[in-house]
Design a protein around this ligand. Structure first.
Ligand code: BTN
Length: 325
C-alpha cells in the first residue's frame, strides 16, 4: 500500500480526529511524509479537516475504489491479497496472470474501469469508469472440474446477499448467474477455469463479477439500454461502491470457506431469489434456441425445463433467456 492509502485507511477507519503524530507512528513514517500524503489526498478530492492540537479528520471522499477507503471495512491483513487498479483491460486477465505466478486462493483484483471487460459467450462487458465494480476472485479447489460447476450458482446467491446488505434491495437471480432488478440485468458473472493437463484436476478458478452500481440509464450504450441497468437507476439511490465492494469480498471469502459443505444454505438462498422458474424461457444451446418452461431449481442447482411436447431436461450449463411480458 502506498503512503496516501495508508493515511487514508487510518482516517477512514477512525472517522474522528487523529493527530499527525499518531498517524506517523502507526505507519512508521515522518510527520513530513504524513503532511505530504494529506496534501496529495486533498488535491485528489478528499476533504480532510485539520485542527491544531487535534489533527486530521476525513470529511468526505470521492466515490473511487482504492485500498485506503476499503481499509474502513477490511483488515490490513486481508488488504494484502487485494489489488485495486484504476484502469485495466480485464480483471479476470490480470488475476489469471497472478494465478499462473502462484497467487493463493482469495487473491482479489478490482478495477475502477475496464477497457476490454469480458462477458460470457465471447461478449464484451460494458465497464465504464467509476460507476461499476469489476472484481475477480481466485479459488483453488482441489477437485475435478465437474465437481466445481455449482460455484457459479453459489456466487450468484452470495452476490444477492452483498447487494441486499448494502443497497437494501435484493436483486433476483436469472439462472444461472445473472442478477436482475425490475427486469433489467445489473450484474453478470464470468467463471473461468484452468485445469492441470497431467492430473485433470483444477489448477485455478477465477470468478469475475461485474456490477453496474451508479450508472445512469442514459449512459448505457443504446444496444443494451433496454436490457441492462444499474442498482442506482432501479432503486433511485446511489450506493457506496466501496461499501459494496467490501461486502462482495466478505461474501466471497465466506463462499471460499463454505464450499462445498454448506450447500443447503446457498441452495435455499438461490431458490428464494430465483426469478426464472415458472416462466417461459428460450433455451440457448450450441446455436439452437428452443422455447421451454422453467420448472424448478434441482438440488444440484441445475434447471429443470419442460419443452412444449412435454419432454423435460435438466440443464447444468448453457444459457436461457427470459421472455419478459
Ligand atoms: C456476463 O454477464 O456475460 C459476465 C460478465 C462478467 C464481467 C466481469 S467484470 C470483472 C471480470 N473481468 C472481466 O473481464 N469480466 C468479469
Amino acid at each position: 500500500m502506498n503512503t496516501a492509502d495508508r493515511v487514508l485507511a487510518i482516517l477512514a477507519r477512525e472517522k474522528e480526529y487523529v493527530s499527525g503524530e499518531d498517524i506517523s507512528s502507526r505507519i512508521g513514517l515522518s510527520r513530513a511524509a504524513v503532511n505530504a500524503a494529506v496534501k496529495a489526498l486533498r488535491s485528489a478530492g478528499y476533504e480532510i479537516d485539520s485542527v491544531t492540537n487535534k489533527g486530521y479528520r476525513l470529511l468526505s471522499a470521492p466515490d473511487v475504489l482504492n485500498l485506503g477507503l476499503l481499509g474502513a471495512y477490511i483488515s490490513d491483513e486481508r488488504l494484502e491479497s487485494l489489488t485495486v487498479l484504476n484502469s485495466t483491460d480485464s480483471t479476470n486477465k490480470v488475476l489469471r496472470e497472478m494465478a499462473f505466478d502462484g497467487a493463493p486462493a482469495g487473491q482479489t483484483v478490482i478495477a475502477n474501469e475496464q477497457s476490454a471487460g469480458r462477458g460470457r459467450m465471447g461478449r464484451n462487458f460494458f465497464s465504464p469508469r467509476d460507476n461499476g465494480i469489476y472484481l475477480s476472485y481466485l479459488l483453488r479447489p482441489d477437485v475435478a472440474p465437474a465437481e466445481a460447476v455449482t460455484l457459479t450458482a453459489w456466487t450468484a446467491a452470495a452476490m444477492v446477499r452483498a447487494v441486499k446488505k448494502v443497497a437494501g434491495t435484493a436483486p433476483g437471480i436469472k439462472w444461472v448467474n445473472d442478477l436482475y432488478m425490475n427486469g433489467k440485468k445489473i450484474c453478470g458473472i464470468l467463471t473461468e477455469m484452468s485445469v492441470e493437463s497431467e492430473t485433470g484436476r483444477i489448477d485455478s478458478i477465477i470468478i469475475g463479477i461485474g456490477i453496474n452500481v451508479n450508472t445512469a440509464k442514459d449512459d448505457f450504450p443504446e444496444d443494451i439500454r433496454d436490457i441492462a441497468s444499474s442498482i442506482a437507476a432501479e432503486t433511485g439511490n446511489r450506493v457506496s461502491r466501496t461499501a459494496l465492494a467490501a461486502a462482495m469480498i466478505g461474501e466471497l471469502d465466506k463462499l471460499n470457506a463454505d464450499w462445498p459443505k454448506k450447500k443447503d444454505d446457498y441452495l435455499e438462498a438461490y431458490r428464494q431469489y430465483d426469478m426464472t422458474c415458472g416462466r417461459d424461457i428460450n433455451v440457448i444451446s450450441r446455436g439452437s434456441v428452443r422455447p421451454a418452461e422453467a420448472i424448478t431449481i434441482n438440488d444440484d442447482f441445475s434447471l429443470k425445463v419442460k419443452y412444449p411436447g412435454g419432454e423435460t431436461e435438466d440443464l447444468s450449463s448453457g444459457e436461457v433467456s427470459l421472455k419478459l411480458v
